[in-house]
Design a protein around this ligand. Structure first.
Ligand code: IPM
Ligand code: MG
Length: 362
């Protein structure tokens, strides 16, 4: 049966990097018999400009009906003056919440070709392969009450709520343990249990769930220490399990270990494994429209989509190896450029990946 992918390019560099990914998808369809159809929809600022809302009903329906979703990025200074409810980010958060995509998988993998692109010493990051599992539909991102008010001293005041229920913690913990089981069987849960009651409960529930996975070694770390350890000795980690806000921050940090945030894909899954796939970087408005963005994180997100949602390991591997081949050939977008390599544009990187892919066709 033909599977359907909803494609939501979004804002900033979103359309450019998604275009290159569509080129890869087309090559897989024509050259490798991949049987998928696609339909594009609006999200974020682009949706706001066209329809007055960052998250149109039609986009939710498209996402619900599709077998998987591929997203570019949302946001930009143009929409910053808008009310929170109308900001591009609301579109993305609405989609995560609307489809209950609570499990966010953010692998950080260092490609050997990019050892020089990392700001850390080669021996600290060589062969790095860690997985951050971020809770995505709860915590302070969604907790109520939230807002701004004038307090009793007639001052402006802002407030948000960090809240997790037991079931929200245990379902993401199960995902963490299951993924650790398929890797090196080490799970480090990140919290701030020394200060925040909510994350004290987080730790308690993770320990309880861990009893069902005696084969996985569970450890705990405070988030401030975890940030430090990520840059000190990142290879001590296999799987890191954490909440929405800490995961947002730690995954940007982990991304830089691999040379560039332009390299990292992500998967956001619901309880049935249906998923949305997106690069972990944002819309990079400063470089949008200049054909310089790195499309690799989005192309890798397509590989994750094929692997996790369509169970198609073989095609995902073709994509990953085509990317390696393009890197081996010396192609580098500006973010991963180092001396002795060839600086290429967004479209040239896409072309290089497509031709490496077609060269693999037997
Ligand atoms: C991410 C992004 C988003 C987040 C923004 C764009 C809302 O930073 O996916 O990490 O904070 O979750
Ligand atoms: Mg982020």
């Amino acid at each position: 049966m033909t599977k359907k992918i909803a494609i939501l390019p979004g804002d900033g560099i979103g359309p450019e990097i998604v275009n290159e990914t569509i080129k890869v998808l087309d090559a897989l369809r024509s050259g490798f018999g991949l049987n998928v159809e696609t339909e594009q929809g609006l999200i974020g600022g682009a949706a706001y400009d066209a329809t007055g809302t960052p998250f149109p009903e039609a986009t939710l329906k498209l996402a619900q009906d599709a077998d998987a979703i591929l997203l570019g990025a949302v946001g930009g200074p143009k929409w910053e003056p808008l009310d929170y409810a109308l900001r591009p980010e609301r579109g993305l958060l609405g989609l995560r919440a609307g489809l209950e995509l609570f499990a966010n998988l953010r692998p950080a993998l260092l490609y050997p070709q990019l050892l020089d692109a990392s700001t850390l010493k080669a021996d600290v990051v060589s062969n790095l392969d860690l997985m951050i599992i971020r809770e995505l539909t709860g915590g302070i991102y969604f907790g109520k009450p939230r807002g701004r008010r004038i307090n009793d001293s007639n001052e402006r005041e802002g407030y948000n709520t960090l809240v997790y229920s037991e079931s929200e913690i245990s379902r993401i913990a199960h995902i963490g343990f299951q993924i650790a089981r398929k890797r090196q069987k080490r799970l480090c849960s990140i919290d701030k249990a020394n200060v925040l009651e909510c994350t004290e409960l987080w730790r308690e529930v993770v320990i309880e769930v861990g009893k069902e996975y005696p084969d996985v070694a569970l450890s705990h770390m405070y988030v401030d220490n975890a940030a430090m350890q990520l840059v000190r000795n990142p290879k001590q980690f296999d799987v890191m399990l954490t909440d929405n806000l800490f995961g947002d921050i730690l995954s940007d940090c982990a991304a830089m270990l691999t040379g560039s945030i332009g390299m990292l894909p992500s998967a956001s899954l619901d309880k049935n494994g249906k998923g949305m796939y997106e690069p972990i970087h944002g819309s990079a408005p400063d470089i949008a429209g200049r054909n310089v963005a790195n499309p690799i994180a989005t192309v890798l997100s397509l590989a994750m989509l094929l692997r996790y949602s369509f169970d198609d390991d073989a095609t995902a591997t073709h994509i990953e190896q085509a990317i390696q081949a393009a890197l081996d050939a010396g192609c580098r977008t500006a973010d991963i450029y180092s001396e002795g390599t060839r600086k290429v544009s967004t479209t040239e990187m896409g072309d290089a990946i497509v031709s490496a892919l077609l060269a693999r066709k037997s």
